[in-house]
Design a binder for this molecule. Sequence first.
Ligand SMILES: Cc1cc2nc3c(=O)[nH]c(=O)nc-3n(C[C@H](O)[C@H](O)[C@H](O)COP(=O)(O)O)c2cc1C
Length: 655
Amino acid sequence: MTERTAESAPAQPRTPDRAGRWIRVFHPREHATARLVCFPHGAGTAQAFTGLSGALPDDVELLAVQYPGRAERRAEPFAADIAALAAGTADALAPCADRPLFLLGHSLGALVAFETARLLEQRGGAARVFVSAARPPSADWEEPDLDAIPDDGLADGLRHLGGVPEALLREPDFLAEVLRMMRGDHRLLRRYRCSEDTVLATPLTVLLASADPKNTLEQVQPWTRHTTVDHSVEIHSGGHFGLTERVAEISKLLTRYIHDDLAARAAGPPADLVLEIYLAGPDARGGRLTTDLTLLEDEAREVLPPAVHAFVAGNAGTGATGRANREAFDRWRLVPRVMRGVTRRDLSVSRAGLRLPAPVLLAPISAQTVVHPEGELAAVRAAADARLPFVLSSYASHSLEDVAAAAGPQPRWFQLYWPSDEELATSLVRRAEASGYTALVLTVDNPAPGYRPADLDHGYLPFLRGTGLANFTSDPVFQAALPPGAGTDAVVMHWASVSGNPSLTWERLPWLRELTDLPILVKGVLHPDDARLALAGGADGVIVSNHGGRQLDGTMAALDCLPAVRAAVGDDVPVLLDSGVRTGGDVVKALALGADAVLYGRPYLYGLALDGQSGVHHVLRCLLAELDLALALTGCGSVKAIGPDLLAPAGPFPG
Ligand SMILES: Cc1cc2nc3c(=O)[nH]c(=O)nc-3n(C[C@H](O)[C@H](O)[C@H](O)COP(=O)(O)O)c2cc1C
């Protein structure tokens, strides 16, 4: 790890009494809600982080670590080893721990940050560790002995890494000082050893610059094995020193994580809901909805007009598919493990390109104003409160722009029913991109409407009454095709003529792939061959679903198809599941059988029907609380720990 030392225009550092010689604060932020502790690279100084310090928002204060043997600590000897650097920093941070601490280590600093995080775990813990431009601690550190390399050779190494202006490298005094620090720090690195099973219980994010000549994705990926909880890899622009050079981009990236983590902390563990309810006591039940997520449908039946209830709860044909969905969950039993230390459970998902606070998204459900006047606006606000992505149906009662505005900064995906008019399809996709939707869900299991006796007997389909068409009536391409002064009937007729697309084949998927850079997840896949075809056509992932039993009567349960689909697409492709998910235990079962996350459908719509935004909020809180408790009770400290060994078919103990 040869490093640079040139840092631009250092601000006057403040040395807070609270931290002594180890910590520099360039931009004190008394009202910060989090602190970012930055560990410099080898031969680097705290001043490397002045630019980043200035670029962070007011609620994040940057503390830069000054190692001994440099800058104002030049008179001190170099640390004996990395453990000594970590111990010195951890002690110095004790008075700073009144706010959540995030650690960020660059290159050699990544190892110091990692070791500091280990020490902090015995003292309250860091909120997250960011490690940049470094191979993992357990990597084979076959570093050359810099004491044996002449000055010219080391200077060439510095040039190769970039980051130090050539003019400075030609300054003999400057170069001599850099080489002195390089050699001193390098000795620390050569002495460092860490086994593969040294793991943190702290979330960890790996930062990799796309043009780093020293590190590849393959080399840094194993960092993620050094934590038992949430982990992710982020690629940013720049070279080996991109971290401290691309400060606007890096500040934005770090701030997103910091704000997400702070929001999760503020919300407290989802399981706290049960304590809250018990403490409130029996009189507080009042109008609160049931906490039994399987009973919501019965409660909703009491408040919905029969035709609307049938539209939401009804299934195709005899309802065999809907029943199969639930029976499939019941056929699997959880086999809990105990005494596994589950004080902190991490519900987040960072896998296969997905980054979610919990393995749950809200399924696309059309025409939500039929159950509540605020419809999707209320539902998306509740999803945003829970920080769960909301998947907006093409057939929504509010336009995708209005729903995006209601979601605020929280993530949303757009579900596309691919219209037969390609200009209209293009327009919908462009609007979704412009409104900040971050993925497309392409639903493919409806080349024709399902045969739904309950809807047929009521003669009721909301779209034909003009409800659920907001994305069309607000679309310039759709509008342009209407006759002047068109009323509801004309709108419905035109919608009916362009919305279906039964001629679609897999050969058309590359057209959509070309159209957008958004990730595409194909929804409504049950057969593993269709999953393969979806990927071959350019999809990024699949959603195993039978539309909740609403399309074809007598199909296999979605859960029963999941393992085969997972096997077909491999481990690195996002696979989501819906159809029949009701409880936290169901989510665990779906994940154990290969899903990365689930789409939660009808139950949130019942919550919406019963109590608008608060109803959806309640339903989501119950689901997450039950999931959190299910993790604890199955002995899983995180979603990542869920595997097939947690399941057995109903019946005697297997084997
Ligand atoms: C009333 C209703 C409307 C739906 N509308 C859509 C839709 O517009 N687009 C879509 O892809 N899926 C739609 N779905 C299917 C859901 O996205 C999801 O696949 C289904 O609800 C899962 O079944 P479950 O809710 O019983 O778990 C709808 C489901 C319901 C109940």
